[in-house]
Design a protein around this ligand. Structure first.
Ligand code: C5P
Length: 299
């Protein structure tokens, strides 16, 4: 049977909290993070073709081709090649594939971007090629692509530890209405980690056991993103983005990942949409997006 065109969503990754708890001998940082995934993100499409191809579309497609610095840095193509090698070693025969990446998320912005695209490439190509791999093989490929790729492979609420690859799924977590905002200043993750003043912060404590939204907001309010201070030192505009989200009525404002995207939690989707419109009109040069997190349960 020949392959059929298939699409795979690459949802934005939101670090609701991110504590840096230590550092490995190789320089990678140990973390403890509560991660949720948004209904908004990039979209990958895989189509049959005579030979392999790759195309970019979407608001941030052009910035990716400029920043990726050539094919070697493109995580989608790296994911395709690593997966193909693993499947070939397993005896699979794979047809050529044309991949299109609709880049709706700003590049180098702390909400997954490249990691989510790499993970969606792995999921989408397994479907396209009608193939499967043992979960531990797939996780190992994901980790080779980046510390955040294993969590993006799950794309459901989770707690990530170690350097990001030790993952526990979260059963009881509310769906949060969010506004994402970014001053469109890209951030280099290694630069932010290098500027960290303190690397042995306490881990996240015991999580709420219910889905109660007020309990979760109170719990999250006591947590942090330890990368926010070094990111603010490099991108001072993060302070204006946080203030604008707070003034627009957010119940909680925080930066995601290594920044510069910040999120605000709102009481419901309607309030989030209203706040996003207001922020967009005041700051037409920012990336502003209303969305909500998926809670991972069916339906
Ligand atoms: O794994 P990834 O390529 O996404 O990481 C990019 C850089 O971010 C690493 O080279 C490292 O400098 C830093 N990093 C880290 N600790 C992590 C994840 C990333 O120090 N847990």
């Amino acid at each position: 049977m020949s392959a059929e065109t298939t699409s795979e969503a690459a949802p934005a990754k939101i670090n609701l909290a991110l504590h840096i708890t230590g550092q490995r001998a190789d320089g990678y940082h140990l973390l403890d993070s509560i991660v949720a995934f948004a209904s908004h993100g990039d979209l990958l499409t895989f189509s049959p073709a005579d030979r392999d191809g790759f195309g970019l579309a979407g608001r941030f497609g052009a910035s990716l081709s400029a920043e990726a610095g050539g094919k070697d840095d493109n995580l989608v193509l790296k994911a395709r090649d690593l997966l193909r090698a693993a499947l070939a070693a397993d005896g699979h025969v794979m047809e050529p594939v044309a991949i299109e990446l609709e880049k709706n998320l700003p590049v180098a912005s702390g909400i997954g971007g490249g990691s989510a695209d790499a993970a969606a490439t792995l999921r989408g190509l397994l479907r396209f090629w009608r193939a499967s791999l043992p979960p531990e093989t797939l996780s190992a490929i994901a980790l080779k692509l980046g510390a955040d790729v294993p969590m993006c492979l799950e794309s459901r609420p989770l707690r990530a530890r170690a350097i990001g690859e030790r993952i526990d799924m979260l059963g009881s977590i509310p769906r949060f209405a969010l506004v994402l905002a970014n001053p469109l200043k890209s951030v280099s993750t290694p630069d932010i980690f290098r500027r960290l003043a303190k690397r042995d912060n306490p881990p996240i404590g015991t999580l709420p056991t219910s889905c109660d939204i007020a309990a979760w907001i109170a719990f999250l309010s006591g947590l942090r993103n330890d990368l926010e201070a070094p990111a603010r030192a490099i991108v001072p505009e993060i302070a204006s983005v946080s203030t604008a989200l707070r003034e627009a009525g957010s119940q909680l404002v925080r930066m995601s990942g290594s920044g510069a995207t910040c999120f605000g939690i709102f009481s419901d989707r309607e309030q989030a949409e209203k706040a996003a419109l207001e922020l967009e009109s005041r700051h037409p040069d920012w990336y502003v997006q209303a969305t909500e997190t998926e809670n991972g349960s069916a339906g």
